[in-house]
Design a protein around this ligand. Structure first.
Ligand SMILES: Cc1cc2nc3c(=O)[nH]c(=O)nc-3n(C[C@H](O)[C@H](O)[C@H](O)COP(=O)(O)OP(=O)(O)OC[C@H]3O[C@@H](n4cnc5c(N)ncnc54)[C@H](O)[C@@H]3O)c2cc1C
Length: 394
């Protein structure tokens, strides 16, 4: 997919980041005929978008994200037409478990609050849970089932968005790290470590866990935190778990793929100097113990791989999504806080609408970068600094 070049390339839209967000934006922009160049410092879909748990669920998303997650739900159904593969996407159902009566009450309140959003949440009491899902540990208070939520294979889905964008005419430059991005009042100039320089009218900041640095470079600092959810997968086991599992209050989630392997998440990893993250040693036995306690069929099973990833997270668990308040043509889309695989395609579509139509059909007011605004004089000072600042140091 690489097309190295030395002269500045003029394009309408430059996208930093080829995860599911940036790649789907490139695809939707090409579908509307927009000239687009996407840069990724590694391979497209190799960071959070390619290593996540694969949960494609609406259940549990905050109310502010309901229209966004509902649109994503529609797009997931169209995956083969969009990217040429179903990415092993299945609407298996998502079962959110309650450990206590208080948890069950919280699930009930959530069901009532989200009734208008067609999730058809079904509250299940402890006896029915035992009858229908006998492979679960017996000490649960109940659960909430979202029958149409499901899961998919991130290793197939996320790179396929970039491949589909390239096939639709996007210029995709992998292994091309942006080191500096500036705006001269009219156009952006983007410089890269590997040489290519891009000039563009719009810049989409889709750099995932690194996007906060880019926002800060344009005088819009945000409190983006970096998290590393811990994952593991077992050897293939006889099929027992048809739904994707979550837990009210968090702690553990699990699904079983067609081949029989169980993918399990919970706990955290640690960041490495190379920009990738590794599982924290102390977290591994804890996750194993929790999994075997919740899912008795896992007892004695071999784990064949542990891994983690690098994900941006905002304090209010909502993304930063929408135009910059300082730089015309700069649009942010990051800080997905563990939800970006499911909502990523809808965010890509929204980004294309913001570029082409100047507005989004899905309400995104709750996600504006201005909620983290610093006082005007401080922002102006940071912007001055950013003209000289290289992203290399971040
Ligand atoms: C282990 C794990 C489990 C998760 N589980 C789920 C789940 O079950 N369901 C769900 O919906 N979400 C889940 N998530 C969250 C989801 O994966 C992310 O929200 C989503 O992938 C973010 O997509 P993105 O495109 O914004 O970021 P990324 O996929 O991280 O892509 C950002 C890209 O920007 C590139 N980049 C950064 N800086 C530069 C630069 N200077 N120059 C060039 N390129 C640059 C990076 O190389 C990267 O490829 C999980 C995340 C992790 C890590």
């Amino acid at each position: 997919m690489n097309r190295p070049e030395n002269a500045p390339r003029n394009t309408e839209v430059v996208i930093i980041g080829g995860g599911i967000v940036g790649a789907s934006a490139a695809l939707f922009l090409r579908r509307r005929g927009v000239d687009v160049t996407l840069l990724d410092m590694g391979a497209c879909g190799a960071k959070a978008s390619g290593v996540n748990y694969g949960g494609v669920r609406r259940q549990g998303r905050p109310l502010s994200q309901m229209p966004l997650t509902a649109r994503a739900h529609e797009l997931w159904q169209q995956l083969p037409a969009l990217i040429g593969t179903d990415g092993e996407y299945v609407r298996s159902g998502h079962l959110k478990l309650a450990r206590t009566e208080a948890d069950l009450h919280a699930l009930e309140q959530y069901r009532d609050a989200t009734r208008g959003y067609r999730m058809n949440l079904q509250l299940i009491g402890t006896n029915e849970l035992r009858r229908r899902f006998g492979w679960l540990s017996a000490d649960l208070a109940g659960a909430s089932l979202c029958p149409d939520d499901g899961h998919a294979n991130p290793r197939l889905v996320s790179p396929a968005f970039a491949q589909a964008a390239a096939a639709a005419g996007a210029c995709i430059l992998e292994n091309t790290r942006v080191t500096r991005a500036t705006h001269d009042g009219q156009r952006f100039e983007v410089e890269t470590e590997q040489g290519p320089r891009i000039r563009a009218r719009y810049l989409l900041n889709c750099a995932g866990a690194w996007a906060g640095d880019i926002a800060a470079g344009f005088g819009e600092p945000v409190p983006e935190d970096v998290i590393h959810p811990l994952m593991m997968v077992t050897e293939p086991l006889p099929q027992f778990m048809a739904v994707s599992l979550g837990m009210q209050g968090g702690g553990i989630y699990a699904r079983q793929v067609d081949r029989g392997n169980c993918v399990i998440g919970g706990g955290r990893g640690v960041m490495q100097p190379d920009g990738y993250a590794r599982p924290a040693r102390s977290a591994l036995p804890a996750l194993l113990a929790r999994a075997a306690e919740l899912l008795p069929p896992l007892r004695g099973a071999h784990v064949i791989r542990f891994w983690t990833g690098v994900e941006g997270s905002m304090p209010d668990h909502n993304p930063v999504l929408g135009p910059s308040r300082r730089v015309p043509g700069l649009i942010h889309a990051f800080g997905l806080s563990g939800a970006g695989f499911q909502v990523g395609p809808a965010i890509g579509e929204i980004l294309s609408e913001l570029v082409v139509d100047g507005t989004s059909t899905i309400p995104i007011d709750a996600f504006g970068v201005e909620r983290y605004a610093v006082p005007a004089h401080e922002a102006a000072h940071r912007s001055e600094l950013s003209r000289e600042q290289s992203l290399e140091s971040t």
